[in-house]
Design a protein around this ligand. Structure first.
Ligand SMILES: [Zn+2]
Length: 642
């Protein structure tokens, strides 16, 4: 149980070629005549038993430091040279988290170790964090984006929320996980600015909204299995709720409350009510309404927004109707008229709420939840003109993102198309990528100016992911003139650029591209799986099914891109009907691996269902080896049920 804290001593006797890692300090190492060695690790500060850790194996230890304490990265030898590209921001994060919490890092060292076949993504064992193998990325991936940076922040921040102050019970798990999840927002906001933080929050909120967890409370006293608590509600919803709480309290009280909670309960345990008391103490505000609603109640805000204009007395009434449960919350409404905007802050606490505001000139945009802090689904009917104005004038990442998504549906409108082109120069790279993904170059001869801008992005954008997205767009034009650009891209260090260049070249010269693929190492091919799978599917090359099978599930379920999902869904169908034993085996293994890894999103149950369907497909087929294939599929299902 998480409230049984203790100190800890561990002795590990291992073959002397292995290194060991555990919590706390390595006190001694004793070699024995039989070629083994005993390592003695001691953690002299109290922590919870679920944080105890033993690691043994052949690792390269890459050394770093923070304020005089050891910060070590244990990786496979092959990744020694990139260990600092993966983990090297850890000391800077330790400084940032120490500052923002007002509580310096409390432990004697900080080690991170990467292991194979780990049961989940990562785990915050005190001073000995373990990461799954996905943490280990090649240079070509790291140039594009370090996909593990958020996880590194998350596990580190547990050394304040989780390891230092621990959830008193699994029911209160969110006091660990919501903060660890929110730390990624805080880190991105600090290091890269609000756009990246808000883009990340958007993804987290989508994960919650799509999980159909509306009936689950953040703090749950009745659950079947403690593993059930490790879900998107404890993590992502909790994270969004903290973000709202920060808005309700203001930054000063929010961070002071965090500090108060950590100091009050350090090396002990706490539950959500104690979190409430910590924030109340520093803010002087009663927060029962907030905690009862969000921590001990379920659901989220659902609004429909309508507007009534009175052009005789120049007022607009904004009607806010709550569609589901009635929540109480502060709401920001921005009214744009003339060259400026006016922010109105109101409280919503009824099912139907109306707020009337005066204006001098008819507003060009009314932006409800202008701060974008609410955990809410908002149905707000805006015109295309509103969205074009919003894209150009409203500052938040979501203002631009939502506007761009709508504008992209109306590219036959000249102003809409021009606004979409403007998004190619957005300061935030994910907006530039979104614009590239959505741009429609049908009737390309009228769109020379846009194409020139895309060429420019393909060559010069400072983000390799944007260059890659631009190359993909140019590839669809099937213009032989781009051949030098694509060939240059095939020598890029960036896997994203390499992959998109490969596929773009394929559109103009199939043979040259297939020859090129054959020269790539197996390892590089794995990292370019999306492009190569795309090509193999186009080629209808059955001998490549085992390769495709290794990537089909990630493509279907882990990609946010609809076209990628569609492509892999077709490949999935192709594999499921085939008699290719290796492909069926690879697919089954991947189901088992991802099913276990994403159990908290119920992927294990979905995997079992899909394997069951595959069994049925094979039963109906005329494949001669179908009995053998069905056995492989059923063995996979059994592994997920155990
Ligand atoms: Zn966590």
């Amino acid at each position: 149980s998480p409230n049984q804290k203790s100190t800890e001593e561990i002795y590990m006797t291992v073959p002397s070629k292995f290194v060991t890692l555990s919590n706390g300090e390595l006190i001694s190492q004793t070699s024995h005549a039989d070629g083994t060695r005993t390592d003695y690790w001691k953690m002299d500060k109290k922590h919870a038993p679920y944080l105890f850790f033993m690691g043994v194996g052949e690792f390269s230890i890459v050394k770093d430091t923070w304020n005089g304490i050891d910060v070590n990265y244990y990786v496979e030898k092959e990744y020694e040279s990139v260990a600092k590209d993966i983990f090297g921001k850890t000391p800077e994060m330790m400084t940032f988290f120490s500052t923002i919490t007002g509580v310096p890092y409390q432990w004697n060292k900080y080690s991170q170790i990467v292991v194979r076949d780990y049961v989940s993504g990562a785990m915050e064992n005190t001073t000995a964090v373990v990461h799954g193998e996905a943490a280990q990325q090649k240079k070509g991936q790291l140039i594009d984006n370090n996909e593990w940076e958020g996880t590194i922040a998350h596990e580190l921040f547990h050394h304040w929320f989780g390891d230092l102050v621990t959830a008193e019970s699994w029911s209160n798990l969110t006091v660990n996980e919501s903060f660890a999840t929110y730390s990624v927002y805080l880190w991105y906001e600090h290091k890269y600015g609000k756009d990246k933080a808000n883009a990340h929050m958007y993804d987290d909120v989508q994960t919650y909204l799509q999980s159909q967890s509306e009936g689950k409370k953040l703090v749950r006293f009745y659950y079947e299995n403690r593993e059930d608590m490790f879900d998107t509600v404890s993590y992502h919803k909790g994270n969004a709720i903290l973000h709202m709480l920060r808005d309700v309290l203001g930054d000063e009280a929010f961070f002071a409350g965090m500090k108060n909670y950590l100091i009050e309960h350090k090396f002990g345990t706490a539950e959500a009510q104690e979190l409430r008391l910590s924030f109340e103490e520093v803010s002087g505000k009663d927060l029962n309404w907030f905690f009862n609603q969000w921590y001990y109640g379920d659901g989220h805000i659902r609004l429909s927004v309508t507007y009534d204009y009175n052009t005789i007395i120049n007022t607009v009434t904004v009607n806010i109707n709550q569609q589901g449960k009635t929540f109480k919350f502060p709401l920001s409404i921005d009214i744009y008229e003339g060259n400026g905007k006016t922010r109105h802050n109101v409280w919503v606490n009824k099912t139907r709420n109306s707020f009337t505001f005066p204006f001098n000139k008819l507003p060009k945009l009314i932006n409800v939840d202008a701060k974008h802090v609410l955990l809410a689904e908002i149905d707000d009917k805006k015109t295309l003109e509103n969205y074009i104005f919003q894209f150009k004038n409203a500052p938040h990442y979501l203002d631009r993102r939502y506007a761009l998504e709508e504008i992209a549906k109306h590219q036959d409108n000249k102003e809409a198309f021009n606004t979409l082109i403007k998004a190619f120069s957005d300061p935030y790279y994910e907006i530039r990528i979104l614009a590239l993904e959505r741009v429609d170059l049908f009737q390309k001869y009228y769109k020379k100016e846009a194409i020139a801008k895309i060429e420019n992005l393909a060559k010069f954008d400072k983000k390799t992911l944007v260059r890659a997205a631009a190359i993909e767009v140019l590839g669809k034009l099937v213009e032989a003139g781009y051949r030098p650009l694509f060939e240059k891209g095939m020598n890029s260090e960036s896997y994203a650029i390499l992959g998109k260049s490969l596929f773009s070249l394929y559109q103009i010269d199939k043979k040259a591209t297939l020859d090129k693929i054959n020269t790539l190492s197996e390892d590089t091919k794995e990292h370019l799986a999306e492009s190569i799978t795309n090509i193999y599917i186009n080629e209808k090359d059955k001998t490549k099914l085992p390769f495709i099978a290794n990537h089909v599930l990630s493509g279907m379920f882990l990609s946010n891109n609809k076209r990628v999902q569609q492509l892999y869904s077709e490949a999935f169908k192709w594999i499921s009907e085939s008699n290719n034993k290796e492909a069926i085996t690879n697919l089954t293994d991947d189901f088992v691996k991802l099913g276990k890894m994403y159990k908290k999103f119920n992927f294990d149950k979905m995997a079992i269902n899909m394997l069951n369907q595959l069994v049925y497909t094979q039963q109906q087929s005329s494949n001669k080896n179908k009995d053998e294939l069905i056995l492989i599929l059923k063995t996979g299902m059994a592994k997920l049920i155990e």
